[in-house]
Design a protein around this ligand. Sequence first.
Ligand code: PRT
Length: 225
Amino acid sequence: MTTETRLRIAMQKSGRLSDDTQALLKRCGLTINVADRRLLAHVANMPIDIMRVRSSDIPGLVMDGVCDLGIVGDNTLEEASLKRKLMGDKFEYVKTTPLNFGGCRLSIAMPEEFNYSSVDDLNGLRFATTYPQLLKRWADEKGINVEFCLLKGSVEVAPRVGLADGICDLVSTGATLEANGLVEVEEVFRSKASLIQTASPLTAEKQAILDTLLPRIMGVMKAKE
Ligand code: PRT
């Protein structure tokens, strides 16, 4: 069977979403060789290929139609969509279904000694973040101006080394903020993992595979509730 008739799904290769994604696909009955180091793995018992990549590459792969489906955090998805829209690239996708893992929030956090009382206290400040577009959209909605410096990791250290006044980063338990002397003051965006689909119509063969897969995904999600 050619790749034109096999449904291609992008998932995170390794990281916080990879185990849950792999478990979901397995519970849907897909036989994937987890020891397989290839980036494009064939599912043995269904006409599906799994492309294992970095999370940050998944939105673009789906928006450009290289992959038919992707499993990615809404934070990554929305940031990519805003950025691509700004750059004049394809930014459309279909959110097929939210998934019940990967929950977190994108929040603004300030050093403990910062005297915070309202959003206006953040006006004119500089934030370290991996999500400048989401931060900017939120600041515009709140009617404040913010500056940012782009960091892809170790964002929490930025205020202590004088790189920024505060941070805008993902939080789940809050333990990392606490360990770095930071306090969450505003929630910018709430996120979960989602199954997304390319905006271009699927071929009849691919649509038929999706029509088999989707009820299984919904069933697994319902069973986990
Ligand atoms: O694959 P790639 O490297 O491109 O993506 P990535 O850097 O986003 O990978 P990864 O594995 O860190 O995160 C994948 C996705 O998991 C994120 O895009 C979110 O959708 C989701 N997720 C859920 C989280 C968290 N919870 C989370 N807590 N991603 C990151 N964190 C980090 C956060 O940045 C901070 O450093 O965990 C720390 C805070 O955790 P707590 O529990 O101490 O609050």
